[in-house]
Design a protein around this ligand. Structure first.
Ligand code: NAD
Ligand code: AHE
Ligand code: ZN
Length: 368
């Protein structure tokens, strides 16, 4: 079939909206009509050529929601008409990682996914006879996409696509980092670095679990109002203080119980670790750093009890947990609507990247 898609032909070039060829689902795969997709900073990072796994040409996008329109042979867990969220972190429930119960990082198809291919080692997308790579196993910047059955979460049918898509990455990543990864307890003092589409979801997760101080840190002063809107109790602009770590340690009475990096900046990651309380403070890295960047700190920071951790997709088990996050939204436990600052047609998808880089959006959503 033909489908409209925004194709990343080259790094650092705007996406081009073209009609591409899409092969139907093979065994264990489903064809999904994408109804809406968010634009996450990770898409921008790959398009900007900063991803060591970046492949061109490819169809980016990993934060979508849509409807199953065809299933391949052997598919049993979803059916035509089901509403689904594509999962860049699938859940096969059979691999060593899934069975360990220690991680959400299913390894069943990670190797081919990282190469922009379906699990059988081929691509379903092509343009003028040339293969186009899939992205993060999702490629939601296409009106139709093919996904492995283990990489779709079935969600309730009354959830609006243009909001539920955000659960496919940003919402689950932020709220999940609090609930699943850090397991923040009520009364904790927390610091969130970077108040964008991820950081604001960390903040609403912290509010939900009853954190005490929720300190937001951002170099963009307009983010103060956004943070307060979702439960932030204090704001620090690092450019206003001589030493942001010393300032945060003082504010939190010796350091935070939990800090979260939602910037992807390795200097900020160090600050987030060092703003933790001696003896027990835990820092969770959510931000994705550009290829070749490394983190550093004095080992003494760890010797004296601070803990450095990371979180991918908020530690959520895709097929099991994502529908629950949609329920939280539908039941009013978490908010999504106000964070979606821009809704655009596919033709204007490049504007979404401009708005993100200018710090003018929280989340832009493309509706098909
Ligand atoms: P975003 O662009 O919406 O937000 C980033 C925020 O960080 C902005 O408000 C910006 O002003 C702020 N910031 C930038 N530099 C800063 C600094 N030096 N100090 C303080 N604040 C600073 O991006 P997003 O969509 O929220 O994504 C945030 C990061 O999380 C990205 O690196 C993205 O790739 C990553 N991410 C990771 C996962 C995961 O599963 N681990 C999932 C989604 C996104
Ligand atoms: N390809 C990058 C790594 C990118 C990365 O860390 N991705 C996160 C999700 S970001 C969503 O917006 C993730 O889930 N990582 C786990 C995984 O298996 O990729 C690189 O550095 O090569
Ligand atoms: Zn993302």
């Amino acid at each position: 079939m033909k489908t409209r898609a925004a194709v990343a032909f080259e790094a650092k070039r705007p996406l081009e909206i073209v009609e591409v060829d899409l092969e139907g689902p093979r065994a264990g795969e489903v064809l999904v009509e994408i109804k809406a997709t968010g634009i996450c900073h990770t898409d921008a990072y790959t398009l900007d050529g900063l991803d060591s796994e970046g492949i061109f040409p490819s169809i980016l996008g990993h934060e979508g929601a849509g409807v199953v329109v065809e299933v391949g042979p052997g598919v049993t867990s979803v059916a035509v008409g089901d509403h689904v969220i594509p999962l860049y972190t699938p859940e096969c429930r059979q691999c060593k990682s899934c069975l360990s119960r220690k991680t959400n990082l299913c390894t069943a198809i990670r190797a081919t996914q990282g190469k922009g291919l379906m699990p059988d080692g081929t691509s379903r997308f092509s343009y003028k006879g040339q293969a186009i790579a899939h992205y993060m196993g999702c490629s939601t910047f296409s009106n139709f996409t093919v996904l492995p059955e283990i990489a779709v979460a079935k969600i309730r049918k009354d959830a609006p696509f243009d909001k539920a898509c955000y659960v496919g990455c940003g919402v689950t990543t932020g709220v999940g980092a609090v609930v699943n990864t850090a397991k923040v307890e009520p009364g904790a003092n927390c610091v969130v670095f970077g108040l964008g589409g991820i950081g604001l979801n960390v903040i609403q997760g912290l509010k939900m679990v009853g954190a005490d101080m929720i300190v937001g840190v951002d170099i963009n002063p307009s983010k103060e109002e956004w943070g307060r809107r979702f439960g932030m109790t204090h704001f620090v602009n690092p450019t206003d203080v001589p030493d942001v770590v010393a300032h945060l340690v003082e504010m939190t009475g010796g350091g935070a119980d939990y800090t979260f990096d939602c910037t992807g900046n390795t200097v900020v990651m160090r600050q987030a670790l060092e703003a933790c309380h001696r003896g027990w403070g835990e820092s969770v890295i959510i931000g994705v750093a550009e290829a070749s960047k490394e983190i550093a700190t004095r080992p003494f920071q760890l010797v004296t009890g601070r803990v450095w951790r990371g979180s991918a997709f908020g530690g959520a088990r895709g097929r099991t947990d994502t529908p629950k996050v949609v329920d939280w939204y539908m039941d009013g436990k978490i908010e999504i609507d106000p964070m979606i600052t821009h809704t655009l047609p596919l033709e204007r998808i490049n504007e979404a990247f401009d708005l993100m880089h200018a710090g003018e959006s929280i989340r832009s959503v493309v509706v098909f």
